[in-house]
Ligand binder design. Structure first.
Ligand code: SF4
Length: 351
């Protein structure tokens, strides 16, 4: 099996109690996998009772709800009481894996780290401009090479190879070009004409993941509607190092989302002959627009924009946007299909 990671993947280690914005209080419910559920339901004593008391069910899914915006098992020292009482392997898989994510394309697996973790964001933005990619082979436990490519024919495997090559070339091309990140994407053909109301209606429809987004969201909408967006974003890009960080953000987004085009196109590639990567292009461009707006609002409030501001901005962006499939779908939508997105007069939340 082929594994692909960014070169900073192994540099990450959770800093637990020293974390400035622990994922245990990010505002997310904690999904519970089957093994964890079985273990919690068979745990005896007071702690076992507490575990069972907090389990909730939503259709076929089990989860721990938030208590005042945090996991009910987060201790006063910002540590996990499941870890403390039962050991690391008793934590839900969601918690053990975060901030890592895995995306499979047959016998090719992309492993990445999410900017929703402030330690990942620190490592990422403090690092060099160049987005290094490591690729290596692993064997199964019996020492046999295994392949999950039997599910795909040669045309589908060629599609995967083309997308991997495109992804890597896009990142290299982005890094070697001059100009701000949007000019670079434009020169690379990755910026498509867009309808700005999609951005504002999507932001307006988002359910805030935490209090920071609740405060920020009306400011983003107000800037979008003020007619001063261009001026504010230009001021943001004039801040030292901002363009460098935004180019890095674009590399992160290309790496994270480009290969999703494999699953989007694998069933239709025989008829179309070409991969449609428009959803990925729109998602990358609109994500950068949102990051720029967030940066512009922060700059207006603080008068300057530091590395820590970039880290905080990326963490909030990722927590609000990247873990919600419906937001990702809305940001990937073509303007021609956007009539499914509510306009400003429609109060019904999409999410
Ligand atoms: S956000 Fe990252 S560093 Fe902080 S507790 Fe979670 S995994 Fe650890």
């Amino acid at each position: 099996m082929t594994i692909c990671t960014p070169d900073y993947y192994n540099a990450f280690h959770c800093i637990a109690g020293d974390c400035p914005a622990t994922c245990c209080a990010a505002g997310w419910e904690i999904d519970l996998d089957e093994d964890s559920m079985e273990r919690y339901q068979s745990t005896e004593g007071e702690f076992g009772e507490k575990l069972c008391r907090f389990i909730r069910k939503d259709e076929d899914f089990f989860f721990f709800p938030m208590e005042h915006g945090a996991c009910p098992f987060l201790t006063g020292k910002k540590l996990c009481s499941i870890y403390e009482n039962l050991g690391e392997d008793a934590m839900p898989v969601t918690c053990q894996e975060f901030p890592r994510y895995f995306s499979d394309c047959g016998a090719y697996e992309q492993r990445d780290l999410s900017l929703a973790c402030p330690e990942v964001a620190r490592i990422f933005y403090e690092g060099p401009l160049s987005f290094g990619i490591r690729t290596f082979e692993v064997e199964d436990e019996d020492g046999e090479m295994f392949s999950e490519d039997d599910d795909y024919d040669s045309e589908q495997l060629l599609l995967r190879w083309q997308l991997i090559r495109q992804r890597d070339q896009l990142i290299r091309d982005l890094e070697r070009r001059q100009g701000d990140v949007f000019a670079r994407l434009d020169a690379m053909g990755l910026l498509l004409p867009d309808d700005e109301t999609i951005l504002s209606s999507t932001i307006a429809a988002m359910e805030p993941v935490n209090a920071d987004w609740t405060k920020l969201s009306p400011k983003l909408l107000s800037l979008l509607e003020s007619g001063k967006k261009e001026e504010a974003v230009q001021a943001f890009f004039r801040e030292p190092s901002v363009n460098r960080w935004m180019v890095k953000s674009a590399s992160y987004l290309i790496f994270r989302y480009w290969l999703d085009a494999f699953q989007d196109n694998v069933d239709t590639i025989h008829e179309t002959g070409n991969a449609d990567t428009e959803p990925q292009m729109r998602l990358i461009a609109r994500s950068l627009e949102i990051l720029s707006l967030m940066g512009a609002v922060r700059l207006r409030e603080k008068g300057s924009f530091s590395l820590q501001d970039m880290i905080d901005t990326a963490v909030l962006f990722s927590r609000q946007i990247e873990f919600d499939d419906e937001i990702i779908a809305a940001l990937s939508t073509s303007p021609l299909l956007s009539d499914t997105i509510p306009d400003d007069e429609n109060d019904d939340s999409l999410f």
